[in-house]
Design a protein around this ligand. Structure first.
Ligand SMILES: Nc1ncnc2c1ncn2[C@@H]1O[C@H](COP(=O)(O)OP(=O)(O)O)[C@@H](O)[C@H]1O
Ligand SMILES: [Mg+2]
Length: 270
């Protein structure tokens, strides 16, 4: 899969267009110009701004509002598409060498990814495209995840889960109406992810599950691995363990981790 790296060759060309595009975007954002715009300029480097402008010029993103979350590795913004749909725009930061090592654990050993170049920037682009592909596979398999919309370099655009720029709460931040049903539903989704999308989330917990309109949504899939990854089974057990621990605290009578594991990998219903 070489397509993640195509963008590099375009970079020089894009730099030439930078001023022109920036001008266009400034014009377009004039009305609400924009503290937010200036904040973007402060937070992101030029290639990242170019990528955002490109997505705006292509009409994927029409408006970009404030950040809804700022982590160490990414920032998530609320945006709106040209056809008026709310978007979550996840921008991966070009980060430290230490984080690099962590990422390699999930990329090496996944048959879908070969590392052609190993610069930090290349690795982040691969990482972002990995999250996009994972979301696509999960979404197509019917797993409840935000619908992936576009990926370019380190900018991932997906369906916004929530309303008016307010993200849906995490399952840990609210009182779940029927925790037992949510527990079962999450496990069904983990099984679908394994059996149909052939993926293991790898970082599943109450921190990566939103609760929206009565249902749990899995998200943050950059580290998800193919079931063929040598550590896939280990990651799956850890995911089940985290889910069990969380729902047990809520008073749900949980099934033993080993049994759930066998049920997920065996393709047999119990
Ligand atoms: N599709 C989405 N819709 C709404 N909010 C989102 C969406 N994706 C992420 N968020 C918000 O951004 C936060 C961080 O996203 P996440 O993907 O977990 O980033 P990180 O990899 O930095 O942990 C989430 O906790 C959630 O509040
Ligand atoms: Mg997260």
């Amino acid at each position: 899969m070489g397509e993640e790296f195509e963008e590099f060759d375009e970079e020089v060309e894009e730099k030439l267009e930078y001023r022109e595009r920036r001008y266009e975007v400034e014009q377009r954002m004039k009305q609400k110009r924009s503290e937010e715009y200036e904040v973007l300029e402060e937070v992101f480097d030029k290639p990242t701004l170019m990528t955002i402008y490109h997505l705006m010029n292509r009409g994927v993103i029409d408006k970009l509002y404030g950040a809804v979350a700022a982590g160490k590795e990414s920032r998530v913004y609320w945006g709106v598409s040209r056809d008026g749909k709310d978007l979550a725009v996840k921008i991966f930061l070009i980060v430290s060498a230490e984080f690099r090592k962590g990422m390699l654990t999930y990329i090496e050993g996944d048959p879908r990814f070969t590392l052609v170049k190993k610069s930090t920037r290349a690795l982040i682009y691969t990482w972002a495209s990995k999250e996009f592909k994972n979301l696509q596979r999960a979404y197509e398999a019917g797993v409840r995840v935000p619908k992936p919309i576009a990926i370019r370099n380190n900018v991932l655009v997906m369906e916004f889960i929530g309303e008016e720029g307010v993200p849906a709460p995490l399952v840990r931040d609210i009182e779940l109406p029927k925790p037992k049903a949510v527990y079962e539903d999450v496990l069904e989704n983990v099984k679908k992810l394994y059996q149909k999308a052939e993926l293991v989330h790898g970082d599943l917990s109450e921190y990566n599950l939103m609760f929206w309109r009565g249902r749990a949504y899995m998200f943050d899939m950059s580290q998800a691995v193919s079931v063929q990854h040598p550590r896939a089974q280990e990651f799956l057990k850890r995911d089940i363990h985290n889910i069990s621990r969380f729902f047990e605290k809520l008073g749900v009578r949980i099934r033993p981790v080993e049994r759930v594991f066998r049920w997920i990998v065996s393709d047999v219903r119990d």
